[in-house]
Design a binder for this molecule. Structure first.
Ligand code: PLP
Length: 396
């Protein structure tokens, strides 16, 4: 435990698992194919500097960020690999982009005009172009591809390093008459305009990559994995042929217990009342930490590998769990007992725990959201710890 912690609520990220996931995904592609792990949004809450540094050591060739600020943060932390900037930018950001050697993924003519005003002839500035093939978020229209080719031909200070699109429903990739199929057809049309140039064509997010691999055994476009990298199997329709390992756990401890009589309430508005004599544990984590209020009376945690229900309203800094059954099954439970909000229970509590898991995907289903949101909502005030389960020395 980190001695600087004043509260034993923390996220633990296993960098060995992260690295294994990266290699697993990387192997889905032919050697030297484009693979750009996404480390935007603080690496999906896992800690962007640590994740990027680990992936750099593992041999990554590109990393993806969403914001200029995210790219700058990584550069300041010493990350040197090419950083693709997926967010759209304005004129006031261009100096920062150039100074930090960020590689923009361009979606709009305004960005090209800004760059043309700032990048001198004679240089070779790498950029990627993004096409909107149906997502209708970012990207040029496919009908603009030839015009873009002309622009590149007349602006020799720019080199086309990649052409991208983004799928709106990656999990149907490889199926007949799918949205992904229609989008990839449009994408192929756009790519045709850049014949004769050498560049990466990239289109696959986690679900598209896992799905295409499951169906076809090969991937025809480069990949930008996010969720799968962090060890959550994206939604797929064909059975995945790879295994991923969740990297993040979110842990805390019981700080107080209360013995309640039948009829006594827990937390704001008394939405839970004891229907039997109950042992209630108080956990020092709340919605301000990203343990969402929707888990009130509906979430679960692991304690000694057993599931303990969240009871009452989740507060800003605390929530309560019913430990009655845990105690009945495995003996007295008191302050100091570990609880797991996301992740594995390794059976490490005095040898009396069980192996169990509570995945971000399960939490997400419980509150009708997606694991991405569960991860990215874990707030900044929760410290991130890093370890390597394979025992190789690394960051802590
Ligand atoms: C442009 C782009 N590519 C790739 C990804 C990664 O998606 P996933 O986490 O589903 O793999 C994202 C994530 O939102 C994205 O916006």
């Amino acid at each position: 435990m980190n001695p600087r912690l004043h509260r034993r609520t923390y996220v633990e990220v296993d960098l060995a698992r992260l690295e294994r996931n990266f290699h697993t995904l990387r192997k889905l592609l032919p050697p030297n194919a484009f693979c750009c792990p996404m480390v935007k949004a603080n690496a999906y809450g896992h800690g962007d500097v640590e994740v990027a540094t680990q992936l750099e050591l593992a041999g990554v060739k590109h990393l993806g960020v969403g914001l200029v600020e995210e790219g700058v943060r990584l550069r300041e932390a010493g990350v040197r690999v090419p950083l693709l900037l997926f967010g759209i930018f304005e004129e006031f950001s261009v100096d920062t982009i150039l100074e930090n050697k960020l590689t923009p993924v361009i979606s709009h003519w305004s960005e090209l005009e800004i760059l043309a005003d700032h990048v001198p002839f004679g240089s070779r500035f790498a950029l990627h172009l993004k096409f909107n093939t149906g997502m209708n978020r970012l990207g040029f229209d496919v009908s603009e591809a030839l015009q873009l080719r002309d622009w590149l031909d007349t602006h020799q200070q720019f080199s086309l390093e990649g052409v991208a699109t983004h799928l709106l429903r990656g999990e149907d990739a490889g199926e007949p008459d799918s949205d992904s199929g229609a989008q990839l057809e449009q994408f192929a049309r756009a790519l045709g305009a850049f014949q004769g140039l050498r560049f990466h064509a990239h289109a696959l997010n986690s679900s598209a990559a896992v799905q295409l691999h499951a169906r076809d055994g090969r991937l025809s476009y480069g990949m930008r994995p996010g969720l799968a990298l962090y060890g959550v199997m994206p939604s797929t329709r064909a059975t995945p042929k790879i295994q991923l390992e969740p990297c993040l756990s979110f842990r805390s401890h019981v700080v107080m217990t209360h013995r309640l009589n039948v009829g006594e309430a827990v937390s704001y508005n008394a939405i839970w009342k004891a229907s039997r004599p109950s042992l209630i544990g108080v956990i020092p984590a709340g919605y301000a930490d990203g343990f969402q209020r929707q888990f009130s009376n509906s979430g679960e945690v692991l304690c000694r590998g057993r599931r303990a229900p969240v009871v009452g309203t989740v507060c800003m800094d605390y929530f309560m769990v019913d430990l009655t059954d845990v105690e009945a099954a495995s003996g007295a439970v008191g302050p100091g007992e570990e609880v797991v909000m996301i992740g594995d229970s390794h059976g490490e509590n005095q040898g009396i725990g069980l192996e169990a898991q509570l995945g971000a995907d399960e939490l997400a289903r419980r509150v009708s959201t997606i694991p991405y949101e569960i991860f990215t909502r874990i707030s900044e005030r929760v410290p991130r710890h890093y370890r390597r389960s394979d025992g190789v020395a690394g960051m802590t």
